[in-house]
Design a protein around this ligand. Sequence first.
Ligand code: MOS
Length: 752
Amino acid sequence: MSVIQEIPIASPIGRDTPRVDGPLKVTGKAQYTSDFHFPGMLYAVPVEATIANGRVRELDTTAAEKMPGVRAIFHRENIGRIFRSVMEPGMEGICEERRPAFADDVVRYYGQYVALAVADTFETAKAAADAVRATYAKEKPNVETELEADDDPEVIPATFGPHERLQSQRGNPDAAFASALVKIDRTYVTPAETHNPIELHATTAIWDGSTLTLYDSTQGVVNLRSVLAQMFGLPKENVRVITKFVGSGFGGKLFPWTHCALVAAAARQLGKPVKLVLSRKMMFQTVGHRPRTQQRVRLGSTPDGKLVSLQHDYVYHRSMLDGHHEDCGETTPFQYSVPNLRVAFGRAKRNVGAGADMRGPGAVPGLYATESAMNELADELKIDPVRLRVINEPKIDEGLGIPFSSRHMLECLELGVEKFDWSKRTPQVASMKRDGLILGWGMAGCSWIAGRFATEANVELRDDGTTRVACATQDIGTGTYTNLAQLASEKTGVPLDKVEVALGDSSFPKGPLSGGSLATSSLVPAVFQAADNAIASLLVTATTTPGSPFENRKPDEVGFEGGRVFIKADRASGGVPFADLLRRANLRLVTGSGKSEATFGNPEPKFSTHSFGCHFVEVTWQPEIARLRVSRVVTVIDAGRILNPLAGRNQIEGAVVMGIGMALFEHTSYDPQNGAPINSNLADYVVAVNADAPPIEVHFLDFPDKEINEVGARGIGEIGLAGVAAAITAAVHHATGVRVRELPVKLADLLG
Ligand code: MOS
């Protein structure tokens, strides 16, 4: 009797996998956008408006133009034609600030580009930009921080289409609130925050006749291609966008900004490659920010904690031009069970640069408000905040009236309570102490969208035993190179170090934005189908090639597993490696294409697809020296199957650290005199750094969500940030007795 020898194939899915691009990064071989150099390349530096409201009266470029090494000073009169762009189907043509740079002489925010100096060296270009003299007709800028909704129509146009300002409604929230026995009516404020990836935005444009190649630090090569093709009136195939490595983006690099077309226009005029790297100061002015929000939350409940009414009314600031919608109410209709609810929003125009998606857009400021209100209600009711959430756990998405694809919020809370040792919490303010420090314990829940963007991918099996997976997506540092390698390896049986991952090039099969935490879940079906099709092609070859060991077998008699082709009835033989079959057939490769259908934006979903989680936070407080520290965090995330827990934990840890920054440090301040972001550098715009990071425990529940894809993987890029600030401010209240409702928490708030 023969024993069938199963060769154990270790699936790379769900395994701690070090980044496949790690060695390139740590050896400095990874090329970020500004690392690319081209013969004859010129350098561009923009001239930034020094007013935030008014008109350019005169631009004196004479001195700048005379400087040795200066090639041109571009402005409205000589930049050439730049068209507008519109949104296209399939998540293309998206951009927040549609007005092409230099389109008129109106200045609407501080730092808006009014001219562009191009020179042989960066230093000369900078000196020339500084030498341009602009005079303005100046008006007082409006950067008022108190937000009152403008008189907008009930349906407003936004970047992704129209939005009803009455976002969600059920029951009779006013009457239910009026008659509720316990109520909370609070307003929470989150400041403007600025994306500060370490890699500055960079663009290099190269023209070859009517073909434009753009090296750009983007989170979406396909979208950037479509916007640029429109702005230069070109067919898409004449535009190629390359983004091999991105030094993070946080949403600031999701969509193109005005400098991208400006650089391409300058390169067109000069017939040379032109590079532009933004300064850190410009990063605060022209490439988006998380808008300031002011959110009123009203909760009504029974004395035993059952919600009877929830109202969430929010206003956010926006620029004079952009269509960014800061959807603070995204999670509100479904996070808790409540029969009477209303979510509505307004917007307030200010002389600031365009708002933009920033890690967990909408939901992150939104959950800060609603989760803080839940914590305040729990204190009012003298109910444990975890218990209050358990009491109000919904069975379905009550906003849409459809089931959740997979929601394990209660398990998240249960595990969080256990791992944090939450049952030891005593609710009285300042009642817990350790080593002479006052402890504060707080918690909050969170959620974030899940789904898929339309995605295509290609997989090749090659005669040297390697495989190549290609997709026009990009890795913004989150681990997409590694995820793609894992998916291709899983299907082809090729070990990770023999998988070539080709991404970051718009000429590859159309891939997803690195946005919305949707890239990974979008890639799964496309890559799996592509691999299946490549394998099917291999099996045809194996059964039809003269001299093949499988010649004249029917295709369904042969199988493929672990990189080998075998006769199904004779698994014991071990089969033949695919590379051997390809070599015998004199084939370098077989190839297959695959596709994922989009679910994001589906107007009639069957399931509500979200990830869920919770954070438990400990702070220490020393009133004698006014020292507040976040000392411990336990985070539990229900994000479906985790493809790479090593990178996944890292992703959540990073988000929690960002949440500490959000709660305690980050805010962009605008000068009421000239409208400039005042703290536009990394010394004055304080982000959480290593020394602020406490021990962070991350737990994943790992319930596969098969509605999303066959692996069951949702996304994890953003959810780790949602809720952190509410948990921290709750812990701060527990330690100090001070309820901070305007972020960030300032020591002055705590000193009373
Ligand atoms: Mo994220 S804000 O969708 O890059």
